[in-house]
Design a protein around this ligand. Sequence first.
Ligand SMILES: [Zn+2]
Ligand SMILES: [Zn+2]
Length: 356
Amino acid sequence: MAEASGTVVLVDCGLALTETERRLARVGLEPNAVSAILVTHEHGDHACGAFEFAAAHRVPVYLTHGTHAALRAEGKVLDGVPVVVVNGRQAFFVDGLQVLPFTVPHDAREPVQYVLSDGAAKLGVLTDVGISTAHVEKMLSGLNALVLECNYDYDMLWNGAYPRWLKERIAGPFGHLDNLESERLLAAVDRSRLKHVIGAHLSQQNNRPELARALEACRRQRATLVIAKLDRLSRNLAFIAALMDSGTDFVAVDNPHATRLTLHILAAVAEHEREMISARTRAALEAARARGVRLGNPRPGEAAERASAAVKAAADQFATNVLPIIRELQASGVKSRAALAAALNARRVPTAGGGE
Ligand SMILES: [Zn+2]
Ligand SMILES: [Zn+2]
């Protein structure tokens, strides 16, 4: 979502209708405030929600001829939605906002990315690109802000669990940028006005949650790191440590007043909250028992199902946060379970069950 001089556009829409609506509401926007959806290419994570949102809220969809054809072939184009076919080399306007599409190498029918300008400021978006090109670097020069793909860590991808064909696809010239390539691209563009770099399209499987590379790039370029969701990251102690050590300036989209100090405080509060919740639960259970309430669920099967789903979700979250750290430790020669647990404890990483 980008907003300038009262014009709101969505760059891609890869979420379900209700989720897109929920996220707009979170930043205080009604769906009907959206003037256009600019689709970059037909891949599901970019386009699968575009036509539903457009149909529900009467928003035109902008996309290239090739993207339109590919989505039509998949049955994703809904009748009655206004479509504007974009020429990948020609600027156009959405209300007062100038949109400059540019072509990129990626394994889609006719992919483009976009630079948006309201005359005063220029924002560029680059996700889903296999390699940087002179054209891409020219388009991304002189920006005030850049949303830049840092898709994967090269070693994590190649040592990871993905099948070989997928690794080759991701790392190939029509796949995605790895952290180093993103950094190289950033170094190659004119950054004289660049104030914000947003690391985007991060692989959940093949990248580090602490965004080590993004931090490094920001430090080198003296740019500010923009964090999308501080509340989630503030619970990740490894991330906080990396952020603090990096000396990088940052802003958090969901908490624009956050500073180095508040991040520390938020992390402490989050930890305290976790402890309080378990203490409160214990106290409530004891009080109920004292009142003679028989504890237990009249429908134990259902409750067990819910509980195991909750445990699974917690374990998944844990895995996303902690697995990269474990891999790092393993790579540095820590092999046995006991040694790993000790190393994790030393880093104050809680286990999936919540203990240490
Ligand atoms: Zn993508
Ligand atoms: Zn893609």
